[in-house]
Design a protein around this ligand. Structure first.
Ligand SMILES: Cc1cc2nc3c(=O)[nH]c(=O)nc-3n(C[C@H](O)[C@H](O)[C@H](O)COP(=O)(O)OP(=O)(O)OC[C@H]3O[C@@H](n4cnc5c(N)ncnc54)[C@H](O)[C@@H]3O)c2cc1C
Length: 444
């Protein structure tokens, strides 16, 4: 069977990996490199070449499919579980947020509020099914459960930095999912996973498996149409050429899928239009010296700076792997009118570095070896109240069209590498089951 996969992110590569042994696979990728949002940048620091993700990435203990895939691909020896120290920068002061006792010293909250925060986290840990929380706004739920002060002084700035003007509409289901993952840390603090050498090794291993089984991964090839006739997929158009196939797995964002299918998705069309995504503008900076001397990996920020978090990668992974200090400065943005999307790279980098200098007076531009900005429009669904109804099915209307990606159920109520690996596998399973049951079922 000839299957075309659109997009070489983790969803596309995982689907290709599962299917390549018994099918003809072609993956089309519009970018010059594969990996989608998990792609890396190769930097050469005075002769020391290394790969580093364009956007900060790590693994959580609960990412079972991703961890199993890493083992299956023989990358287990590269897998590290390390402590990533967290802090919250509020009005000029750093508050460590690693252990329950540190959180209890978060002075912007009164002792009473800290107790309420603790009880809220405890309650969240007992919630196994978030479905009924999808229709409730996180803001209202926090205020009702822990009070206005806990919302305003703790959660609101974090949610604002993640979702901008949409923060007040985010569902309690998203919040519960997020807190559950991040509070799984015991008394010692949270351990996060990372692949030594970067997730580039994972992307590379998947791509090698696919090509070793005669699959093709074609870069700089944008699919401009999924050709659907009589409610059946016939192929795709790329570079003006029609390429026929038996089935298409699309991993592209809903906005793009709508354009590619030219209003031929029936009832799904309306849903595609209603899913909102947000963008990310993430600077990666090589520094001469350590930025956060207290060893913080992840710093959430409530301050008058144009970004919401600073992530010092080399406070997590060994400095020796890179030979310089690496820091991400990042912000989400909501639409194409935002200055983070409109302004030139140099202007954004300058505004980020000015913000960083304000927060860390010891830092000077002389310490900056290089800085690069990575930005993309559709980097995460906005998990607003009622989002669950918009989760896209794996099987789309026309026969032969399958969908897998950040919009899939495996990425609800938060998107992740694990969710996209799972989505890729789930979409592949439709073909594997068909292979097992009958010969030409896809022609149904
Ligand atoms: C700032 C940031 C930090 C993150 N941190 C983490 C983290 O710590 N841990 C974690 O688990 N996850 C993290 N993620 C999320 C994770 O990166 C994603 O959930 C996952 O990589 C998505 O994979 P995907 O294949 O579904 O989508 P994508 O990676 O978006 O892949 C889709 C691919 O389709 C291609 N494409 C689009 N249109 C076309 C077209 N017309 N023709 C051909 N190709 C096309 C795109 O170029 C892209 O390569 C982070 C994401 C961001 C942005």
């Amino acid at each position: 069977m000839k299957i075309i996969i659109i997009g070489s992110g983790l969803a596309g590569l995982s689907a290709g990996y599962k299917l390549c042994k018994s099918n003809e696979i072609i993956i089309y990728e519009k970018d010059a490199e594969i990996g989608g949002m998990a792609a890396s940048y190769c930097h050469d620091y005075t002769g020391k070449k290394y790969f580093i993700e364009k956007y900060y990435h790590h693994i959580f203990r609960s990412d079972s499919e991703l961890i199993a895939l890493i083992k299956e691909l023989g990358l287990e020896r590269q897998m590290l579980w390390l402590k990533g120290k967290n802090a919250y920068f509020v009005d000029g002061k750093n508050y460590p947020m690693n252990t329950p006792s540190e959180i209890l010293r978060f002075s912007p909250l009164s002792f009473n509020d800290l107790v309420k925060l603790g009880l809220l986290v405890f309650k969240i840990k007992t919630i196994n099914d978030t479905t009924s929380y999808d229709r409730i706004k996180a803001k209202n739920w926090i205020i009702d459960t822990a009070g206005k002060s806990v919302y305003e002084n703790f959660f609101a700035p974090l949610m604002k930095s993640k979702f901008g003007d949409n923060a007040e509409n985010i569902s309690a289901a998203w919040l519960i999912g997020r807190v559950k993952i991040r509070s799984d840390r015991g008394t010692e603090g949270e351990k996060l996973g990372y692949l030594r050498g970067g997730f580039n090794s994972l992307i590379g291993a998947l791509s090698r498996e696919i090509t070793a089984h005669d699959g093709k991964i074609l870069k700089n090839k944008e699919v401009t149409e999924i050709v659907i006739n009589d409610n059946k997929v016939e192929g795709v158009i790329t570079d003006g050429n029609f390429i026929a196939c038996d089935a298409v797995i699309s991993t592209v964002e809903p906005r793009v899928l709508e354009m590619l299918t030219k209003s031929k998705l029936g009832n799904l069309q309306e849903t595609l239009r209603n899913i909102r995504y947000q963008g990310t503008a993430c600077a990666l900076v090589g520094l001469d010296k350590r930025l956060m001397r207290d060893g913080n990996y992840w710093l959430n920020i409530k301050a008058d700076v144009p970004f919401g978090a600073v992530i010092e990668h080399t406070n997590f992974m060994p400095f020796e792997d890179y030979g310089e200090h690496l820091v991400y400065i990042t912000s989400y943005f909501q639409d194409e009118k935002d200055f983070l999307w409109v302004k030139k790279e140099e202007e954004i980098l300058d505004s980020y570095l000015r913000g960083l200098e304000k927060m860390f007076p010891d830092l000077s531009r002389k310490d900056v070896h290089w800085a690069k900005l990575f930005r993309r429009m559709d980097t995460a669904p906005v998990y607003e109240q009622g989002y669950l109804e918009k989760v896209l099915p794996f099987v789309a209307g026309p026969s032969g069209l399958y969908l897998a990606g950040m919009f899939s159920s495996t990425n609800y109520p938060e998107r992740s590498m694990n969710g996209s690996v799972k989505a890729g596998f789930e979409s592949a399973n439709f073909f594997i089951k068909k292979d097992e049951n009958c010969d030409n079922c896809w022609l149904d």
